[in-house]
Design a protein around this ligand. Structure first.
Ligand SMILES: [Zn+2]
Ligand SMILES: [Zn+2]
Length: 360
């Protein structure tokens, strides 16, 4: 799909209007309230509490089931996440599961590689195609009536939050605590879909373009370790090394400690260690080993010239064929080149078996 044809699909709809409306209203109300450090602090607190709802709730729990919660905690987590104004819990999880299913392939709802940065950042959720929720994808949670209720009245949690903030702190609560915080929260979390597939380091060889970024992790509470996450999605932890800070995971561990969550997991050691550097090191060793075998095979064929018994030629042919298969199976360019040489040996030996060459 070309980028221009994507943008031509935008039509004014309630979701777009609300999205745009809050972008315009938030700075106006914040300006009316006036600048105060309290307002900034309030915006930050409401921001991070809701980031936790998105990362621990929408993402790690409802999309990936990377840990367990009781029914009441599950409902409260969904409610908290929904205050972030990012659609209903089932809508979010269904689209996220689709992202992982097709990651950067046709069918991915938000791929910067396929549809451009801004479409992956926010365009994808403003077009009509993504309005509906494929309930089949989230059957596991659609069976709870209270979750279905939340999904149906997705606007209730953010509305209650806005009212509560206004009732408590007036315009500062509404402008800074809700408005500014919500706009920042949108773009902060959307960066995981856009920026985390563009900026950062690739540690694992995944089939998509996901990357690890410490910067993105600071404002998403650990979601910036996106390459780790695409490598192994079932883990509740996304930061796996001591320096990969992942506050969402730490809070989940505390929740587990006080009995609000269980099965808060990290990936097995071999998954963590299977990095691109390790894989390429292993591939190098493997390639060297195979090259050595090819050398000694060539020498053996050379020395078998002349008077080798048929049995010996048959043996050599078998090892040459095995070697060729192993080399080709690795799909390595250098090995493919070597495999051609082994192929020539196979042909030579086959010819000898048939007695077509003289000297055997
Ligand atoms: Zn995910
Ligand atoms: Zn991704």
């Amino acid at each position: 799909m070309s980028t221009s044809s994507i943008w031509s699909r935008f039509r004014p709809r309630p979701r777009n209007t609300l999205f745009l409306g809050i972008h315009i209203a938030a700075p106006i109300v914040a300006w009316m309230a006036g600048f105060s450090w309290f307002g900034v602090l309030l915006a930050l607190v409401v921001y991070y509490v809701r980031v936790f709802g998105i990362t621990a709730g929408y993402h790690r729990y409802f999309s990936h089931r990377s840990y367990k919660m009781g029914r009441v905690t599950q409902f409260l987590m969904a409610f908290l996440a929904q205050t972030a104004c990012q659609g209903g819990v089932l809508w979010w999880a269904a689209h996220h599961r689709q992202h992982h299913r097709y990651s950067d392939l046709p069918g991915d709802v938000h791929s910067p590689k396929l549809d451009g940065f801004w479409y992956a950042h926010m365009g994808w959720m403003l077009v009509e195609e993504t309005d509906t929720t494929d309930i089949e994808r989230v059957k596991d949670f659609a069976k709870f009536p209270e979750i279905l209720w939340l999904e149906k009245y997705a606007i209730v949690p953010p509305l209650l939050l806005a009212i509560a903030l206004y009732a408590t702190w007036g315009l500062t609560g509404l402008g800074w605590g809700f408005g500014v915080s919500t706009v920042a929260l949108w773009h902060g979390t959307f960066c995981v879909n856009s920026l985390a597939h563009v900026m950062g380091r690739r540690v694992y060889e995944t089939t998509d373009t996901s990357r690890n970024s410490a910067l993105i992790s600071t404002f998403t509470m650990g979601e910036g370790w996106h390459n780790n996450h695409h490598h192994y999605q079932r883990s509740a932890a996304q930061g796996w090394r001591w320096y990969e800070f992942d506050p969402t995971y730490w809070i989940l561990k505390v929740m587990q400690f006080v009995g609000l969550a269980s099965g808060v997991s990290r990936p097995p050691r071999h998954v963590i260690e299977n990095t691109i550097a390790r894989v390429s090191e292993r591939a190098k060793e493997l390639r060297e080993g195979l090259a050595q075998r090819a050398e000694s095979l060539a020498a053996a064929v050379q020395s078998a010239r002349g008077s080798a018994p048929e049995e010996r030629v048959r043996q050599l042919l078998q090892s040459a064929e095995e070697l060729r298969t192993e080399m080709l199976a690795l799909r390595d360019e250098k090995l493919a080149h070597m495999a051609e040489r082994v192929d020539a040996l196979v042909h030579e030996l086959e010819a000898r078996m048939l007695g077509e060459t003289s000297g055997v």
